[in-house]
Design a protein. Structure first.
Length: 406
């Protein structure tokens, strides 16, 4: 990082963005803990709840490029603040709109859209344009680590509030915490390092031209395909890991502890992925991450179902959990620049969440049809291997050497 006021400003910007992601991702990644208590108290079936959360996965993805376009044109501050209000409103409204329709409306649409407005594409896009190119991969990893810390922090807290005061009170607590994004968003108002260039005279023409260029590039499609698989993994696990723990006859505390471990170990994984992105081709990092997931799932399936197994599995997966974000965002920026990074990276996140929709929904369908999740685990392994292979042919230049601090 540069020295003096510029370095302090950059660190303040990254810390604010990481804290916002701590709040939005912490809330979002804790919702799987609500499946069993909502099912027990409302009578809505597991498939119905899974579908509502699957819609939330999809909506979170749809929101990313839409809010990303708005942030690219109008700035990220208002977008993040509107998202915080929408997230809080959806959580507070959930207990008052009963049934599957209410869950789909409140958690699947409102809360998910609000979380999307304060998530990766907007936050990484807002910071990348204000940082030198050699520091962007590290910044993406640092911000991503904030989301992982949110999961580590919120999962046990949400489980504790559910146990003491019920699931509705836990949603109110999560809603209150999401409002903290409003003052934090003001830190994103820092001026960009360079004036944004336009193409064909206007911002609209520039964005349209950049989208056409991106979608004509096969490398961009390879990133989409890999990120689809990442979404499938994450949504299945964050939604149905508590159910897997319950099937094994283990207490609910194992679920919250496992989710917390995923978040904790992904802090290290995200920072490590950001560090690697400054030194090596990011496509190799992505290929290694996806291949390692297939190996870890295979090891889990042949292991005894004990708390220690779940904790080791969570730690291993956690190291790769969202470590795909820094290299994916970094590759998008390397291929197409940072002017429309929030939009272009938001599009890859939409593919991520298309995978997330199927991961959350098909997990419930598999459980209802077969009584366990075995077929989903097998599908997870196959998709992980395919994602590892599809990242290999991406054409990527060698990374620029990082400037030594003065």
């Amino acid at each position: 990082m540069e020295t003096g006021n510029s370095a302090r400003a950059q660190w303040c910007l990254m810390i604010a963005a990481a804290t916002i992601l701590t709040l939005t991702m912490g809330v979002r990644q804790s919702l799987g803990l609500f499946v069993a208590p909502i099912h027990a108290s409302s009578g809505v079936g597991i498939v119905g709840i899974s579908f509502a959360l699957a819609v939330g996965q999809l909506m979170w993805g749809v929101a990313q490029p839409l809010f990303g376009m708005l942030a690219d044109r109008r700035g990220a501050v208002g977008v993040v603040q509107a998202g915080g209000l929408l997230l809080a409103f959806g959580l507070v409204l959930t207990p008052f709109v009963p049934g599957q329709f209410g869950l789909t409306l409140c958690l699947g649409l409102l809360a998910a859209a609000g979380a999307g407005a304060g998530s990766f594409s907007i936050l990484i896009g807002a910071t990348a344009r204000q940082l030198p190119a050699e520091h962007r991969a590290f910044a993406a990893g640092f911000i991503n680590a904030g989301g992982s810390f949110g999961q580590f922090l919120f999962a046990p807290l949400a489980q504790a509030v559910i146990a003491v005061a019920g699931w509705a009170a836990a949603l109110y607590a999560l809603a209150a915490s999401s409002l903290l994004t409003l003052p934090l968003a003001r830190a994103l108002r820092a001026p960009p390092r360079d004036e944004p260039a336009t193409v064909a005279g206007t911002a609209d023409d520039g964005l349209k031209a950049e989208l056409r260029r991106a979608f004509a590039d096969r490398n961009y499609w390879f990133l989409h395909a890999g990120f689809f698989t990442c979404g499938l993994h994450i949504a299945f696990l964050v939604t149905h890991l508590p159910g897997e723990v319950q099937l094994c006859g283990l207490p609910a505390k194992v679920s919250s502890n496992a989710l917390a471990l995923i978040g904790l170990f992904n802090i290290a994984g995200s920072l490590f992925a950001g560090w690697l992105g400054q030194r090596y081709r990011m496509k190799w990092t992505l290929a290694a991450i996806y291949a390692s997931r297939a190996l870890m799932i295979a090891l889990y399936l042949v292991s005894p179902r004990t708390p220690l197994t779940f904790y080791l599995f969570a730690a291993g997966l956690g190291f790769t959990w969202l470590a795909t974000v820094p290299p994916t965002a970094g590759l998008v920026g390397k291929l197409f620049g940072t002017r429309y990074l929030a939009t272009l990276f938001g599009m890859t996140l939409l593919s991520h969440q298309l995978g997330g929709f199927f991961g959350a929904w098909l997990g419930g369908v598999t459980l209802a049809r077969f009584g366990d999740y075995n077929w989903m685990w097998y599908a997870d392994m196959a998709f992980a291997l395919a994602a590892a292979l599809i990242n290999v042919p991406i054409r990527e230049a060698r990374p620029l050497p990082a400037a030594a601090p003065a």
